[in-house]
Design a protein around this ligand. Structure first.
Ligand code: FPP
Length: 249
């Protein structure tokens, strides 16, 4: 089975899941943290190199204050509690997004967890926190222009690799697979530039119901897809050295 080098997940449906059980939305987020733990562990075990989780979007700041507060508290608790486990699994934590919006306690917990795991050589776990892809791209454009004005780059130099280096994901490979739970067919401002050739797998289950077996099934689905990157099927087969079996018939 060919596994993605970079797996990214849009963890959707916590609120609706809880409401469908007659509970408050917050209950869904609490359950969701448990799934984060399980998915991180499974992905690391499968030797996936990069796992990126969309934990809190820029737009999520517009949610009711009480929900935002609970999500921040869950994040703080997760970071404080899980750092030791991340180290045990040799996982390196990092974040993308404008974390200056996070409450101070969350910023401190995040910085401590990132620092504590920085020497780990296993899977890179990226939490997208206060993240928005359009904001990221806008910021990159601003910085490119500032650097240009300061004589740091010429217009001819600006190609895709150059732009990549100005994104918060600089140094990371593009996601190969994006999983979204809860049956919605949207990217919701997540890794828009980076997702240009990502395979997308939509899972009908809500995030609190997404278990390790669902991850494995999504990976199998990914593995069965042919990634052509704009080329023909025959070209892809030729390049992988397998030839195209259909030409034999
Ligand atoms: C989407 O469900 C989920 C979120 C906005 C937050 C995701 C957060 C977690 C899984 C828990 C915290 C994470 C960490 C890393 C500690 P939704 O509320 O949008 O669901 P809905 O679409 O049903 O309303």
């Amino acid at each position: 089975m060919s596994l993605p080098n970079h797996l990214a997940i849009i963890m959707d449906g916590n609120g609706r899941w809880a409401q469908s059980l007659g509970k408050r939305r917050l209950f869904g987020h609490i359950k969701g943290v448990g799934r984060v733990r399980e998915v991180v562990k499974t992905a690391a075990k499968l030797n996936i190199s990069f796992l990126t989780l969309y934990a809190f979007s820029m737009e999520n700041w517009m949610r009711p204050k009480e929900e935002v507060k609970l999500l921040m508290n869950l994040l703080i608790k997760f970071l404080k509690k899980e750092t030791r486990e991340l180290n045990r699994q040799n996982i390196r934590l990092q974040s993308i997004g404008d974390t200056s919006y996070l409450p101070e306690e969350a910023q401190t917990a995040l910085a401590l967890a990132i620092d504590s795991t920085k020497g780990n050589s296993g899977m890179v776990l990226t939490l997208a926190l206060s993240y928005g892809s359009r904001q990221e791209i806008t910021q990159a454009i601003r910085q490119i222009i500032i650097d240009h004005k300061n004589g740091g780059n010429s217009i001819e130099e600006i190609d895709e690799a150059f732009v990549n280096n100005y994104l918060q994901t600089a140094g990371m490979p593009d996601p190969d697979l994006i999983i979204r739970t809860s049956g919605e067919y949207r990217l919701s401002n997540f890794l828009l530039w980076q997702a240009a050739y990502a395979e997308i797998v939509i899972i009908e289950k809500a995030w609190p119901d997404f278990v390790a077996e669902d991850l494995v099934r999504a990976l199998e689905e990914y593995s069965s897809r042919e990634r052509r990157f704009g080329k023909t099927s025959a070209q892809v087969c030729e390049q992988s050295g397998q030839g195209d079996i259909r030409e034999l018939n």
